[in-house]
Design a protein around this ligand. Structure first.
Ligand SMILES: Nc1ncnc2c1ncn2[C@@H]1O[C@H](COP(=O)(O)OP(=O)(O)OP(=O)(O)O)[C@@H](O)[C@H]1O
Ligand SMILES: [Mg+2]
Length: 258
């Protein structure tokens, strides 16, 4: 029997848009109970990777396993928050109902939410600091507030694996810290959290595990081993401002690695 000690196992994954390969032959794994950062330059294929993992875009070849099984067997244990696009839904739906939608897999489209579902939705809104907006129409929330709402909708599913595409984009620093603490709490409970992010200077502080992507896998492993000048240069290219910024900020850590 195949062991399933890894939360996520990516095996020879290649993804094309039309005839162009965006992700090439990725193979790596992520253990359970880590906060895993996924970084790479714009267009590196980070969002595409999460979409392929969630079956939103098809893989040309290869596959992604969650706890040793394909998505179809694990869907209820996984929550995914896509990269933010401004939501301008023209039907009226409150913030509370958006979060409650995260419980649909439990009560079904034709079922009715139970009081436990409503309580879970209230708790999730509180966790992201959005309880005051419960009755607000989603179209009347700011971009950052919508982002927090979608995170609440993911949290209410009580997933074992959480895939978040740039959850900190457009969010103020205090909220970012609060959300990070929340995610760290989930990690401490044994959940696995994958986070696409851009602020490289936070990588060592925020994450246990790091995946560097640039169409191909550049490196994957414990952040202490992966966050090196060489790997960052390969992922971002030496001329990238991000690379300069990250290395300047981490000069102390990186000095010992040269
Ligand atoms: N639906 C699509 N059809 C064709 N090409 C696409 C599509 N979506 C993305 N791409 C291309 O695939 C590449 C990877 O895009 P992706 O969105 O995965 O990058 P990313 O690493 O998430 O970038 P960012 O940091 O800007 O979010 C880019 O070159 C992009 O232009
Ligand atoms: Mg993206």
């Amino acid at each position: 029997m195949k062991t399933c000690s890894n939360a996520v196992e990516v095996d020879n994954l290649t993804v094309n848009y039309d005839k162009t390969s965006v992700l090439w032959d990725l193979t790596f794994s992520i253990p359970p109970g880590v906060l895993c950062g996924i970084a790479g330059p714009n267009g590196a294929g980070k969002s595409t990777f999460l979409k392929a993992a969630m079956g939103v875009v098809p893989a040309l070849s290869g596959n992604v396993l969650f706890f040793g099984a394909p998505l179809s067997k694990r869907r209820r244990r996984i929550a995914y928050v896509p990269q933010r696009e401004s939501v301008d839904w023209d039907f009226p739906i409150t913030a509370f109902d958006v979060v409650l939608m995260g419980r649909y897999s439990r009560f079904g489209v034709f079922g009715r939410p139970r009081s436990s579902d409503r309580e879970a939705a209230e708790r999730a809104l509180e966790l992201v600091g959005m309880q005051a907006f419960a009755k607000r129409q989603i179209s009347q929330l700011s971009g950052g507030q919508q982002q927090r709402l979608f995170l609440a909708r993911a949290l209410v599913q009580d997933p074992d694996i959480l895939l978040l595409d740039e959850p900190f984009a457009g969010i103020d620093l205090a909220t970012e810290r609060a959300i990070y603490d929340l995610l760290r709490g989930l990690r401490d409970q044994g959940k696995t959290v994958l986070i696409v992010f851009h602020d490289l200077e936070n990588a060592e502080r925020y994450f246990d595990w790091l995946v560097l992507l640039n169409r191909r896998l550049i490196a994957c492993g414990p952040v202490s081993e992966i966050y090196t000048r060489e790997h960052l240069a390969r992922a971002f290219g030496k001329t990238q401002p991000l690379f300069e910024e990250a290395t300047a900020l981490s000069a102390k850590t990186l000095a010992g690695l040269e």
